[in-house]
Design a protein around this ligand. Structure first.
Ligand code: HEM
Length: 543
């Protein structure tokens, strides 16, 4: 047997099963160098066979879950783009159907595009429990968060305990008591827009930030927004650090066994944790100090300190819970409102229709409030459409399967990451025809049908099951009051260039990671009448 034939044989046949190869290998009298090369090739072939065997046995029984062809060694690792990943998943959905499997750096990923599947897996019975975990992350979970950050917690006792703490701030009954603060913060937004209408890109995100800061820590954001800037930095780090592939140790967990001097990443993660604890711990301890002077102090952090024993949470958990509430609620609500502004620059028809409806309920001397929600069904539908048209968390936040499962005949392995593509669900042409158009009408109720009590009820923008957004009641009410008041007072239009030509507000130009929001764009707010501005200024002086 020639050497080349032998090599071909051992690469293509299962190793050490071909007697001719073995005897050739043992008896060959070729040069030592050749022998070394043979050994390397043998090792390579053994590795390849190992990979194939592992792959074969890990396929599980039953039909193969659809998906694009995978590379035998790296799976789909280099096929999945890290930016605007939702657009790639949209292609996969059209090519392979609503359940797609990928393998990224050795981990199975399931991408769901049909809300019925997401509902079935995340929300119903036994499955809702096993599909409600988060992928364990060594860098961001163990070292950066000391296993305490709610969004990364596995499903279990600590998660349930912290969820209980979130409910003390976010359940609908409690959210109902925040209306006065929502009025104050949205009035400030209207006044800022009157002063510097072109600066909306700063004013709009400031509205949820100042509201949630006030609700969480019982004080106003400072004028320069230094707390906000620091939170944004901390959040940007965190969003980067949880990205698949951001840290090698999360792909190869055994690296965590190496000592500190060989693992500089560990010190870096701990430094980030210290920075966060300084920020959130400082804010929370400041509340504690103020509680001593003012036992009536009302805010989320104060309530957690009061109920600390009952809830069974440590000081450090309070720091993480309050920090998470502020960080998770601020960016998402701001992004929704910025997408609203973007939509209005593109679709003046729905904007004017909503304004006509508002005018039948509130005249120019009456600031809109929550008393007439049910009399504004079109505005209600318009907000639903914003959340559908541009979901701010397009792939939701990935869930993680705790034990092996069978679904629709497919074997889904423990440790699979399950992604609900809200983007695909919101662009399903059967449920939402012409899904790229902005048509609030699709959410209008038929005569006699009740408006849902919650604005997000008819779309999927807040996720599924036991991990669905606990802040949605607060979010939808805040978005509602800001949208109604902005539409009541202003036309939202593209700014004009030096030649008087409207500039392009490009909805494709947006952030492209875990969350999506427009990058700065040239819109402006034009008062609908002098009377509206007078009403705002008068109310602002009284506030
Ligand atoms: C319009 C605004 C908002 C949108 C679109 C939104 C959307 C989402 C989505 C899609 C998830 C992932 C759900 C899942 O894993 O299945 C989520 C999780 C979360 N949201 Fe929101 N959210 C918003 C506002 C808020 C607010 C105001 C708060 C709190 C003040 C908040 C707190 C959270 C928290 C703590 C989680 C993590 C839940 C967990 O890990 O179990 N969100 N949100």
């Amino acid at each position: 047997m020639s050497d080349s034939l032998w090599m071909a044989c051992y690469i293509t046949k299962p190793l050490m099963t071909c007697p001719t190869c073995i005897s050739h290998f043992l008896s060959s009298s070729v040069h030592v160098q050749q022998r070394e090369m043979d050994i390397k090739l043998l090792a390579a072939a053994a590795f390849l066979v190992g990979v194939i065997v592992v792959y074969w046995f890990s396929r599980g029984s039953g039909p193969r879950i659809p998906g694009p062809p995978a590379h035998p060694l790296v799976g789909h690792t280099f096929q999945v783009p890290t930016i605007k990943t939702w657009k790639y998943y949209e292609d996969l959905w059209h090519k392979h159907g609503p359940i797609v499997k990928l393998t990224l750096a050795g981990d199975d990923i399931l991408v769901l595009s049909d809300p019925a599947d997401a509902q079935e897996l995340a929300s119903l019975g036994r499955r809702s429990r096993i599909y409600s975990s988060r992928r364990p992350l060594i860098y961001a979970g163990k070292y950066q968060s000391n296993h305490m950050r709610f969004t990364l917690l596995p499903y279990g006792e600590v998660f349930k305990r912290q969820l209980g703490a979130f409910h003390t701030m976010l359940e609908p009954r409690i959210v109902g008591t925040y209306e006065e603060l929502q009025y104050q913060s949205s009035l400030r937004l209207l006044a800022d827009l009157a002063d510097t209408p072109d600066n909306f890109f700063r004013h709009v995100p400031r509205f949820p930030a100042s509201l949630i800061f006030l609700l969480t820590f019982g004080k106003h954001l400072d004028e320069e927004g230094s707390d906000l800037v620091e939170v944004q930095k901390v959040l940007a780090d965190f969003v980067y650090d949880i990205n698949p592939g951001a840290h090698l140790v999360d792909t190869f967990p055994k690296l965590d066994l190496l000592p500190d001097f060989l693992s500089p990443w560990r010190a870096e993660a701990r430094r980030k944790r210290d920075r966060e604890m300084k920020l959130y711990g400082g804010l929370a301890m400041d509340v504690k100090a103020r509680m001593e002077k003012d036992p009536e102090l009302e805010c989320f952090t104060a309530r957690l300190f009061e109920q600390q024993k009952q809830l069974g949470i440590s000081d450090e958990e309070i720091f993480y819970i309050t920090g998470t509430a502020f960080a998770s609620g601020t960016g998402t609500s701001a992004a929704t409102l910025l997408w609203f502004v973007m939509a209005m620059t593109h679709f003046p028809g729905p904007m004017h229709k909503a304004q006509e409806e508002i005018d039948t309920v509130f005249n120019s001397y009456t600031l809109p409030d929550f008393s007439r929600v049910k009399d504004l069904p079109y505005v209600f539908a318009l907000i639903q459409e914003v959340i559908r048209w541009a979901p701010v968390v397009p792939l939701s936040f990935p869930h993680y399967l705790d034990v092996d499962d069978e679904y629709k005949g497919y074997t889904i392995k423990k440790g699979t990451t399950v992604i609900s593509s809200l983007w695909n669900m919101h662009h399903n042409e059967e449920e939402f025809p012409n899904s790229y158009d902005f048509q609030p009408e699709r959410f209008m109720k038929k005569p006699g049908q009740e408006l849902p009590s919650l604005l997000g009820e008819d779309n999927y923008g807040f996720g599924f099951g036991r991990r669905e957004c606990p802040g949605q009641h607060l979010a939808v009410k805040s978005v509602w009051i800001a949208v109604v008041r902005m539409l009541w007072a202003y036309d939202i239009v593209p700014r004009k260039d030096a030649n008087g030509v409207p500039m392009k507000c490009d909805e494709q130009d947006c952030t492209e990671g875990l969350t999506s929001r427009p990058n700065p764009f040239p819109a402006t707010f034009v008062p609908r009448s002098a009377a509206h501005i007078e009403t705002i200024q008068l109310a602002d002086r009284r506030a």
